[in-house]
Design a protein around this ligand. Structure first.
Ligand SMILES: Nc1nc2c(ncn2[C@@H]2O[C@H](COP(=O)(O)OP(=O)(O)OP(=O)(O)O)[C@@H](O)[C@H]2O)c(=O)[nH]1
Ligand SMILES: [Mg+2]
Length: 436
C-alpha cells in the first residue's frame, strides 16, 4: 500500500468521525501503525510515533480556531515531520562532491541529476568518471553528463581510480561544482572502506553524499551509519522513491541515525530529483498542503456548526454531481476541505476531468429529462443513453463515461458519507451552483 494513501486513510478516521474521542484517536493510531509498518518503517519508531501522537492528540488543548479534528490532524502532521528531520540546505558555491554507495543504488544517475540541479542554480558543473570496475560506467556517465549539459572528465583505460580523481580535479578546475562518480560495491566491507578512504584523500571532497535506494527500506539507516563511520557523510540521497513501497522505511531510518536526507530521486529522468523538505513532503503525504489555510477555508466554506446539523443521509443525483465536479474544478484547494470532512482520496472522477470533458458532461446532463437527472437509475438504460448522447451532440461512450464516473462517486459517498451525511454537506457547500 502506498504510504500516503495509508496515512490519509488513517486521518480520515478522525476527519470523518462525527465525534472525536479517545476511541477514534486510538483507531487512527492503529491504522497509522499498519500503514507505516507496511512501508517498512521500524516497528519501534512506529510505536514511539503513535504513542506521542496519542498523547498529544488527547492531552493537548487545540490551538485557538482549531476544532478537535483539526487538532489531531495537526498533531499527526507535526509528529511525522519531526520524525523525518530537518530541511536540507545544500551549500551553493564552489565545491567538490563525492558520491558513495553500494551497487546499483542510483549513484551515477543521481550525479547527473545533482549536476543539473547545481547548473540551474547558476553554477558551472563537471563530473569525473572514476568507476574503473564496471566496463560501461564511464560511457554511462558521459551520456548523462551530455544530457545534463555539464562538463565530463574520463581517463583512458587502465588508470587507477584515485589518480583519475586527482587528474579530474585539475582538468575541471574551471568548474564551480565537481562531482566524483566512483565504483559501487556489493557489500560494505574492509576493501570498500579502504577504497573510500583512498578516494577521499585523493579527491578532498567538501561534501559527501551517500546514495541509497528506497527499496532498502529500514536497511538504508544501517548503511547510513556504516558509511558515516567510515568516511563521514553530509547527506543521504534516497533514490527510487517513485517505485518502492518502502520509501517510508528508508526515510525514517536514515533520519533516525541523525543523518540528513538531502535529496530524493523520484524517477529515471534527470529532473526527477527533489530537495528533501520534510514539511512539504509530509503535507503531500497527509494530503493537506497547508494546514492553516485549510482550516480557515473549512471554516468559511462549511461553517462547521451548520454542517453538523446536516447529518442526515443525502442522495446523489446528476445535477448535484455535475455541480460538484464543476466546483471541484474551480476550487482546487477545496479538495483539502473535503479531506478534512472525511473524503481521503477523492476519485479522479471528481477532480481530474478536463475542461473539455466537463463541457461535454454538462451538455449531457442538460439533455437529460428532469426525471433522469433526479433518478440516476434511469440512465443505465441503453436507449436513454443513446437518446441523451444524440441530444447533447456527444458520443455514446461519453455518456457511458459519465454514468460510470457517477457510479464511482456514488459508491465513495456511500462509503464515507453514510453516517455523516457528507452528501448533504456537499450540497450545502456547493449550494446555489445547481444547473439551470
Ligand atoms: N525509478 C527510478 N529509477 C532510478 C532512480 N535513480 C536511479 N534509477 C535507476 O536505477 C538504475 C541504477 O542506477 P545507476 O545510477 O546506474 O546506479 P549506480 O549506483 O551508479 O550503479 P553501479 O554504478 O552499478 O553501482 C538505473 O536503471 C537508473 O535509471 C530513481 O530515482 N527512480
Ligand atoms: Mg554507477
Amino acid at each position: 500500500m502506498d504510504l500516503g494513501a495509508g496515512i490519509r486513510r488513517a486521518l480520515a478516521r478522525v476527519t470523518g468521525a462525527a465525534l472525536v474521542d479517545e476511541k477514534t484517536v486510538k483507531e487512527m493510531a492503529k491504522e497509522l501503525q499498519r500503514a507505516m509498518i507496511s512501508s517498512d518503517v521500524n516497528v519501534r519508531l512506529v510505536f514511539e510515533l503513535t504513542k506521542r501522537i496519542e498523547e498529544r492528540a488527547l492531552r493537548e488543548k487545540p490551538v485557538s480556531g482549531f476544532g478537535a479534528r483539526e487538532h489531531v490532524v495537526k498533531v499527526v502532521y507535526e509528529e511525522l515531520q519531526k520524525m523525518l528531520g530537518e530541511k536540507f540546505e545544500p551549500r551553493l558555491g564552489k565545491q567538490k562532491i563525492m558520491m558513495v554507495g553500494l551497487f546499483g543504488q542510483g549513484k551515477t544517475t543521481s550525479i547527473a541529476k545533482i549536476a543539473k540541479f547545481y547548473k540551474t542554480k547558476g553554477l558551472r558543473t563537471g563530473v569525473i568518471a572514476a568507476d574503473i570496475h564496471r566496463p560501461a560506467a564511464a560511457e554511462q556517465l558521459q551520456t548523462l553528463a551530455a544530457q545534463a549539459g555539464c562538463a565530463f572528465y574520463g581517463a583512458p583505460k587502465g588508470a587507477a581510480a584515485d589518480k583519475i580523481a586527482e587528474q579530474g580535479v585539475k582538468a575541471l578546475s574551471g568548474e564551480d561544482v565537481i562531482i566524483l562518480d566512483s565504483a559501487g560495491r556489493s557489500a560494505f566491507d574492509e576493501t570498500l572502506v579502504k577504497e573510500l578512504k583512498a578516494m577521499n584523500a585523493a579527491f578532498g571532497p567538501d561534501a559527501k553524499y551517500l546514495v541509497v535506494s528506497a527499496d532498502l527500506g529500514q536497511v538504508a539507516g544501517k548503511q547510513a551509519e556504516e558509511f558515516h563511520k567510515a568516511v563521514g557523510i553530509d547527506g543521504v540521497i534516497i533514490t527510487k522513491m517513485d517505485g518502492s513501497g518502502k520509501g517510508g522505511g528508508a526515510l525514517s531510518s536514515v533520519a533516525a541515525t541523525g543523518a540528513k536526507v538531502a535529496f530524493i530521486g523520484t524517477g529515471e529522468k534527470l529532473d526527477a530529483l527533489e530537495l528533501f523538505d520534510p514539511e512539504k513532503f509530509v503535507a503531500r503525504l497527509c494530503g493537506f498542503p497547508d494546514l492553516e489555510t485549510l482550516v480557515a477555508k473549512a471554516k468559511s466554506a462549511g461553517e462547521e456548526e451548520k454542517l453538523k446539523e446536516a447529518l442526515e443521509e443525502g442522495k446523489l443525483d446528476y445535477e448535484v454531481f455535475l455541480s460538484q465536479m464543476k466546483a471541484m474544478k474551480k476550487m482546487g484547494p477545496l479538495k483539502g476541505v473535503l479531506q478534512m470532512m472525511g473524503a481521503y482520496d477523492l476519485p479522479e472522477e471528481m477532480v481530474g476531468k478536463s475542461e473539455e470533458k466537463m463541457k461535454k458532461f454538462e451538455a449531457i446532463v442538460h439533455s437529460m429529462t428532469k426525471d433522469e437527472r433526479k433518478d440516476p437509475e434511469l440512465m443505465r438504460n441503453r436507449a436513454r443513453q443513446e437518446r441523451v448522447a444524440k441530444g447533447a451532440g456527444a458520443k455514446l461512450e461519453d455518456v457511458r463515461e459519465l454514468v460510470s464516473s457517477f457510479d464511482k462517486v456514488e459508491k465513495m459517498m456511500k462509503g464515507i458519507g453514510r453516517n455523516r451525511g457528507l452528501m448533504k454537506r456537499f450540497e450545502k457547500m456547493f449550494g446555489g451552483m445547481k444547473l439551470g
